[in-house]
Ligand binder design. Structure first.
Ligand code: AMP
Length: 277
């Protein structure tokens, strides 16, 4: 497995693999079974698999956890090596964004859900992905449905800007108790960790209640009531949005994303499900 630490080496690697199918799995590291399922999917369908491991400063707001974000390069490399990854790209943030002036953003879709409290987040995501897409020119790029708004935004931006890359969604990987696996779960105290599976439980309740023609507010109430049985849970949002514009719907009469963000202490967790009418 090649370790690429700067853009020059990465471009050389890309040029050396001209005409091969390339699968890219963008990550922020501290890899877990969720990331591994993206890598496995990529491994099945591409000649070359590249994993980027980069805690991207431009997608963190000033009061967010950029410095505290967990990192473990040695463990990440081992997981990638064992999963049959061909190259990892892990550039130095200062060098990668040296005197950087150009950003990529998306209208409207960035403003709802997580964008309401993280106004610069998706601009950072699209900027780093644009750089990665230009460097590696992947055939396929893999994204978890856990970050559902990110997936929808990336899919739209890639269409709008004619990147010619297939954006492949991968299902949410969960712990045995239903909690969506996340690098940020390590922040949870024992008590918070015990409380956190309420999110999946509430979404499962929502899933079994949802039907075409139902009012979104009724579904939201079912989910919120369940979450509120857990006193450590502090709800940021539970919303039902359409999957094209990411706008709130009143009635479930088209394909929707049911998404939530909930805090346990200082840890903000997200989860969701998609419903097709
Ligand atoms: P991150 O390192 O958190 O930026 O995540 C990198 C990629 O892995 C994103 O596309 C995430 O959606 C995906 N991912 C993270 N956690 C999970 C999970 N539990 N199941 C599926 N995909 C995930």
């Amino acid at each position: 497995m090649k370790v690429l630490r700067n853009v020059e080496d990465a471009l050389e690697f890309t040029n050396g693999n001209y005409q091969k199918t390339v699968g890219l799995v963008p990550t922020m590291g501290y890899l877990h079974a969720g990331h591994k399922s993206l890598i496995d999917e990529a491994r099945k369908n591409n000649d070359i698999v590249i994993v980027s491991i980069f805690v991207n400063p431009t997608q963190f707001g000033p009061n967010e956890d950029y410095d505290a974000y967990p990192r473990d390069e040695k463990r990440d490399f081992k997981l990638c090596e064992d999963a049959g990854v061909d190259a990892v790209f892990t550039p130095d943030a200062k060098e990668f964004y040296k005197n950087h002036k150009t950003y990529v953003t998306i209208e409207d879709l960035k403003d709802n859900l997580c964008g309401k409290t993280r106004p610069i987040h998706f601009r950072g995501v699209l900027t780093v992905l644009t750089k990665l897409f230009h460097i590696f020119r992947p055939t396929n790029a893999y994204f978890g449905r856990k970050d559902a708004q990110q997936y929808l935004i990336v899919k739209k931006a890639v269409e709008d800007l004619n990147f010619g890359i297939n954006i492949i969604p991968v299902p949410i990987k969960r712990e045995d108790d239903g909690l969506a696996i996340s690098s940020r779960n390590v922040y949870l105290s024992d008590e918070e960790r015990k409380a956190a599976p309420i999110l999946n439980k509430a979404l499962e309740k929502g899933k079994s209640s949802i039907k075409k023609g139902m009012k979104a507010e009724d579904l939201i109430k079912i989910i919120k009531d369940e979450i509120e049985t857990e006193k450590l849970a502090d709800i940021e949002y539970v919303q039902v949005v359409d999957t094209k514009e990411i706008k709130d719907v009143d009635v479930i009469d088209r394909d929707v994303l049911v998404a939530l963000a909930v805090r346990f202490g200082n840890t903000r967790l997200i989860d969701n499900f998609f419903y097709e009418v």
